[in-house]
Every structure is written in C-alpha cells, then in structure tokens.
Write a protein that binds this ligand. Structure first.
Ligand code: HPA
Ligand code: ZN
Length: 329
C-alpha cells in the first residue's frame, strides 16, 4: 500500500472549486452560458494569478443556477473525493452563490446539497459537512447576510462558518459582526489568512475573529512569535500545498513550509482547496509530499487524526472517522 491509498480527511475544499471542468462545460451547454474564457485549450481552468483565479472561479460558478445544479455538483464532487480515499470532508458553501444571501432560498439549496450528500454517503461511504463561507471581496454587508443564513441552518450538518475570497481587501476584523453572529449560533470558525496576506493577516484572524482554524496560514512561518502563538493556542492549519505552488507562493513542494511548521509543533492538515483548478487531487498531494519530505503512512495518518480532531462535526461523527483512519482504535 502506498501513502496515496490511505483513508483521508479533507477540511478545506471549496464546493464550486471542486467542480470537474467537464461538469461545468455540460451545465454551460445546457443553460447556454458562455464559459469560453474559463478554460484553456486543453480544457482545464485558465487563470493568470490569484485575483484572476477568483474571477474565473466566479465565471465557472455562474452556470450553477438552481438547487438541482448544486445537487448534481455535490454528487460529482463527492464521487471524485471518494475515489481519492477521502472518508470525511468539510466543504465551503456560499449563500452568495446559493440564493444570493436570502435565507429561504439558501435553505432550498442546502436541502438539495444534503440529499445528494446522503446518497453519496450510502454509495461511497464518504461523509460531508458544510462550512458556510462568506466572500471577502463581496464586503462585510454580504458577509452578514451569509452569517444569518449560517445561523438559521446551524446544526449537525452546517457545522462552521468561514471566509474565503481576496485576502488583499480590507481586514479580517471588518467581518467581526458576521463571525460573532456565527459564533452565537454555535458554529465553529475558520478564515483564509496567511496565504496572500502575511503574518499580520493571521494575527488579525486570531485576535479579531477568534477562529479555531486557519485556511492556509502558511505565511505564519515568516514570524517565529506567531508560530509560537499558533502552537500555544492549538490552532489547526488547513494547508493546501499544491494550491500554494500553482498560485506562486512557493516554487515547488520542497520549498513549501508545511514540514517546517509541522516540525515546529503546529497542527497541520492536508487539503486540495480547488483541486481541478490546481491540477491536483488528494492522492497527488500525498504523493508529492511523500516525494518532497519522505513522509510515510505513519506521518500521514497522524495528520489525518489531527484533521479528524479539528473537524467541526459532532463527537459521534468524529469517532466514526477516527475508526476509519485506524480500525484498531
Ligand atoms: N482561496 C480564496 N478564496 C477562494 C478560493 C481559494 O482558493 N477558492 C474560492 N474562493
Ligand atoms: Zn481556500
């Protein structure tokens, strides 16, 4: 057995960002939406840099127009994840794209997604939970609407609230109202920080939003005092090495700080972010990390246990995941 065959936990996956290109092309065809600018000549997603990536992402997402489309998306995404050995995943789902921030419309999208996830679980044994995600460059008012959608549907399926989007815009603290609302609704919190923003963005995430996990967080490595704070507060990083390499943060896997962070004692986990955009899969991430750092099954299982312990799900679900990771426990 290679490390690629291990059962895996994925904590950082954008729901639309996991859409296979063929799926988006099919929907575009059905709905007569022009997505020619979304793809390159080889049929993969085409973008120049992070900000362009975000606009291509939104253009691809524009073909998803109904709850039924999100049900089909969910089926396609979970089939691919299950084929990669993922047994539990949390995906980022945005009310902005699912009903435009309206609570009643959001509930319809969510229902369709949950139904598809239930079918996928019965078929492939993969468990999905949702993290409602606001989009930073849509601004704090839209984020409040997303947080209200999250609060109204918080429970054992919608388990968290987070923020993605352009880290270059505004400050984490601009979104404190939305995060406070989500916290009041007993949702657990994460935000993208320390990807395109430096260590200061991670500090703001910890101090101004009081999150339990950080999406990426890798640029914390530039500030030893911050690395210590991550260790002291037992913050879990949702690290997406292949995404960081494609978006130009690091030239290759060997130069990626995930090993230095882990060796320092930070809780690191492994995810794909938007796998087809970054020409990656969970199997490939494990293979590349094995090649770059020599990590073996014991290392990867330890990181999967870290991920299971940092998952926002309830205790019974966590226990079931841990059993899948190591049937002896
Ligand atoms: N990073 C930040 N925001 C995003 C991403 C991402 O990878 N995908 C979708 N929104
Ligand atoms: Zn992300």
């Amino acid at each position: 057995m290679t490390v690629q065959d291990l059962p895996k936990v994925e904590l950082h996956l954008h729901h639309e960002g996991a859409a296979p290109p063929a799926f988006i092309r099919q929907l575009a065809f059905e709905k007569k939406v022009d997505v020619s600018k979304v793809f390159n000549e080889q049929g993969g997603y085409a973008f120049r840099d992070f900000v362009h990536f975000l606009s291509v992402y939104e253009a691809a997402t524009s073909v998803l127009k109904t709850p039924e489309d999100y049900a089909r998306l969910t089926t396609a995404v979970l089939e691919e994840s299950a084929a990669n050995g993922v047994v539990y995943t949390e995906s980022f789902i945005s009310p902005d794209f699912c009903g435009g921030g309206d609570v009643a419309a959001w509930q319809e999208y969510l229902h369709a997604i949950q139904e598809a996830a239930q079918t996928a679980e019965a078929k492939h044994g993969i468990t999905l939970r949702g993290v409602v995600t606001c989009v930073r460059h849509f601004g704090p008012e839209k984020a409040k609407a997303s947080a209200l959608c999250a609060a109204e549907t918080a429970g054992d399926w919608i388990v968290g609230f987070g923020m993605g989007g352009d880290e270059g815009q505004g400050h984490q603290g601009d979104f404190a109202y939305a995060f406070d609302m989500a916290r009041e609704a007993k949702l657990q919190l994460t935000t993208h920080a320390g990807e395109f923003g430096g260590p200061q963005s991670v500090r703001e995430a910890l101090h101004d939003l009081n999150v339990a996990r950080i999406g990426h967080g890798v640029r914390s490595i530039e500030d030893p005092a911050l690395v210590q704070e991550l260790i002291d507060r037992q913050i879990t990083l949702e690290v997406c090495p292949g995404s960081n390499v494609v978006l130009g943060l690091y030239p290759n896997f060997a130069a990626h700080p995930i090993k230095r962070l882990r060796d320092a004692g930070v809780k690191v986990t492994i995810s794909t972010d938007d796998p087809p955009f970054f020409a990656t899969t969970m199997r490939r991430e494990y293979d590349m990390l094995h090649q770059a750092f020599g990590w073996d099954a014991e290392d990867f299982t330890a990181m999967n246990v870290t991920a299971a312990n940092a998952a926002f799900c309830d205790a019974d679900t966590r226990k079931a995941i841990l059993t899948k990771l190591d049937p002896a426990t």
